[in-house]
Design a protein around this ligand. Structure first.
Ligand SMILES: NC(=O)c1ccc[n+]([C@@H]2O[C@H](COP(=O)([O-])OP(=O)(O)OC[C@H]3O[C@@H](n4cnc5c(N)ncnc54)[C@H](OP(=O)(O)O)[C@@H]3O)[C@@H](O)[C@H]2O)c1
Length: 322
C-alpha cells in the first residue's frame, strides 16, 4: 500500500474574486463550526479583498485558512535555482492568498529539506502552519525520523505531527504525546489516502484522541462523506483533505469541458476552484491541501478560499455538472 503511493508519486513526477459574505453552520453535539466572513484587512493580494475564509481547529479558538498546500512530488527537487525558483513563487502565492498550511512528510523525498531552505530564505516561518508526518516502523526509528524532519524543516516546533498512513501508529503515539507535552508539537493527527482505509481511521479515532485526521476527499472520491466526515464533525476532529484533484486526474476528465453555469453563480473561474470550493463546502472540512509546482496554480487554488461557499444543494448540482 505504501509502495503504491510512492510508485504513483514517482510516476507522476517522472512524466512530468468575487468576495461575498459566507457563513456556513451545521448542527452537531459540539459547537457549530463556521466559515468566517471575510474582513477587509488589506493583507491579501491574491483576492484583493480581505483574508481567506477560515475554520476553527476542533473546538479551539485557533482558525486555519481553508486552502493550504501539499508538497508530495512538487517540492522534491534539487538545489538548482531553475528547480527552486518556481517553488519560491508558489510559496509567495500561498502567503499572498492568506494561506498558511503546508503539509509534508519524510516520505516525500527532498521536500522537507527544500521547504526548510525556502522557508528560511523567505523568512516565512511566522506565517506558516507546518504539518509533517512520521512514516516508519518502531518507536526509536520514529523518534529519529521526527528529529530529522524538524532539522530538515528548520523548525523547533511543529504545528501538526501526523502518523503517515497509520503506519505503526501505536508505536508512535507515546512519542507524539511526549512531544506535545514538551511543547514541540501543537496538534497530533493520523492520515491515509485511500477510501479502503477510512474505516481504520475511524476505528483509531474512536479509541485514541487525535486533533486532526487527513484523508482523501474530492468530487472523484466521495466515500468520506458516508461516515468519516460526519464522524469528525460529531467528535470535533479537524479534517485536512488530501488528493483534492485525485492527484491531478480530475483535470484530465474536464480537459475539453467548459465550466457549467453554476460556476458563475458561485464566482468560480476555473476547474481548480470548482473542485476546491466543492470540498470546502462540506462543513466538516477544516482545510484542503492541493499540491502544485506552479505559482499560477497556487494563485488559482487560493482563490477558492474566497467568496461564496456552496451549500448542500449547490454541491449536489456541482457534482452532477462536472
Ligand atoms: N497518505 C497521506 O498522508 C497523503 C497521501 C496523498 C496526499 N497527501 C498530501 O496531500 C497533498 C495533495 O495531494 P496530491 O499531491 O496527491 O494531489 P492533488 O493535490 O490532488 O493533485 C496535484 C496535481 O494537481 C495539479 N494542480 C494543482 N493545482 C492545479 C490547478 N489549479 N490547475 C491545474 N492543475 C493543478 C498539480 O500539477 P501542477 O504541479 O502542474 O500544478 C498536480 O499534478 C500531497 O501533496 C500531500 O501533501 C497525503
Amino acid at each position: 500500500m505504501l509502495d503504491d503511493e510512492r510508485a504513483l508519486a514517482r510516476r507522476r513526477f517522472c512524466t512530468a474574486l468575487v468576495v461575498a459574505p459566507a457563513v456556513v453552520a451545521w448542527p452537531g453535539p459540539g459547537k457549530a463550526a463556521e466559515v468566517r466572513e471575510p474582513m477587509n484587512t488589506g493583507t491579501s493580494t491574491s483576492s484583493g479583498n480581505g483574508p481567506m475564509l477560515s475554520r476553527p481547529i476542533g473546538r479551539t479558538a485557533e482558525r486555519l485558512p481553508v486552502i493550504g498546500m501539499g508538497s508530495s512530488n512538487t517540492f522534491d527537487v534539487g538545489v538548482a535555482p531553475v528547480e527552486r525558483a518556481p517553488l519560491v513563487d508558489v510559496l509567495r502565492e500561498l502567503i499572498a492568498a492568506g494561506g498558511s498550511v503546508i503539509d509534508t512528510s519524510p516520505m516525500y523525498g527532498r521536500s522537507e529539506g527544500v521547504l526548510g531552505d525556502l522557508i528560511e530564505e523567505l523568512a516565512l516561518r511566522p506565517k506558516l502552519w507546518i504539518a509533517t508526518k512520521v512514516w516508519t516502523r518502531g518507536r526509536e526509528a520514529g523518534e529519529q525520523q521526527i528529529a530529522a524532519s524538524m532539522h530538515e524543516l528548520g523548525v523547533s516546533r511543529l504545528d501538526l505531527l501526523q502518523v503517515h498512513n497509520l503506519l505503526d501508529w501505536q508505536a508512535h503515539l507515546p512519542t507524539l504525546r511526549a512531544l506535545r507535552e514538551a511543547g514541540k508539537v501543537k496538534y497530533l493527527g493520523i492520515t491515509h489516502y485511500r477510501a479502503d482505509a477510512h474505516a481504520d481511521l475511524e476505528r483509531v479515532l474512536s479509541t485514541e484522541k487525535f486533533d486532526f485526521v487527513q484523508f482523501n476527499y474530492s468530487l472523484a472520491e466521495r466515500e468520506a462523506e458516508q461516515r468519516l466526515l460526519p464522524f469528525c464533525r460529531d467528535h470535533g476532529i479537524s479534517v485536512l483533505v488530501n488528493r483534492p484533484f485525485a492527484d491531478g486526474a480530475m483535470f484530465e476528465r474536464v480537459r475539453e469541458k467548459s465550466l457549467p453555469p453554476i460556476a458563475k453563480d458561485l464566482g468560480i473561474a476555473s476547474w481548480g476552484q470548482y473542485f476546491l470550493k466543492w470540498i470546502v463546502g462540506h462543513p466538516a472540512v477544516t482545510c484542503v491541501i492541493p499540491a502544485t509546482s506552479k505559482a499560477k496554480h497556487m494563485l488559482d487554488n487560493g482563490r477558492a478560499g474566497f467568496g461564496h461557499i456552496p451549500d448542500a444543494r449547490q454541491r449536489e448540482a456541482m457534482a452532477r455538472a462536472w
